[in-house]
Write a protein that binds this ligand. Sequence first.
Ligand SMILES: [Zn+2]
Length: 203
Amino acid sequence: MIWYWYVTRPDELMLDIDGGRGGSILGACRLRLEAAIRSGKLAVRDDMFLYRSGQPGHYHVIIRLKEPMSAWRRFIWEMQLRSDLYRGRCNLMRYVNSIESGESLTRGLYMVGAPALLISPKPWTGFYREPDVDCSCPSKHNFKVFSSCPAARALRGKEAANEGYFGELLKGRIVPKLKVKEGRMSTALFAYSEEAGKFDNGV
Ligand SMILES: [Zn+2]
């Protein structure tokens, strides 16, 4: 299958809205957008774009701003408008990394390591511009697929293989009740490393 990649432009907010407990959280997104517009804090154009992103209740929402905005502010607004928070944190981290490494001086403005983008299983019908790149990866872009995807490498260079910024959660870990309630404590106990297991077992 073909995947279509859209890199966020300086006058776009790109939201990745996942399903909430009761289905979609599109309602919360719309309420927050209304508040932003009514208060005059966000100047948006008259038309915007909404696409289903694959799973039921999941949407890609693209809001066009009247004026370009800094990436910092755009990423904050995207999170405020209920875009997936994990994606938001990764976008910010990618952007900070590109600035601190000096890449922003040598690469294009919005293509600085393509800090923010959306990948769609279909081209967006009626969207005002074409996708930036496409790829034919065999499945949804999880970490493994992403690492070997030519589109990811073209846009993000070495960063493509280094998508994880925060560490993998250990599978099957059950967090024990915290026995120390307040005050100074061992980080190892709090963060449930091997020490916590020993503590629980009275070692
Ligand atoms: Zn791919």
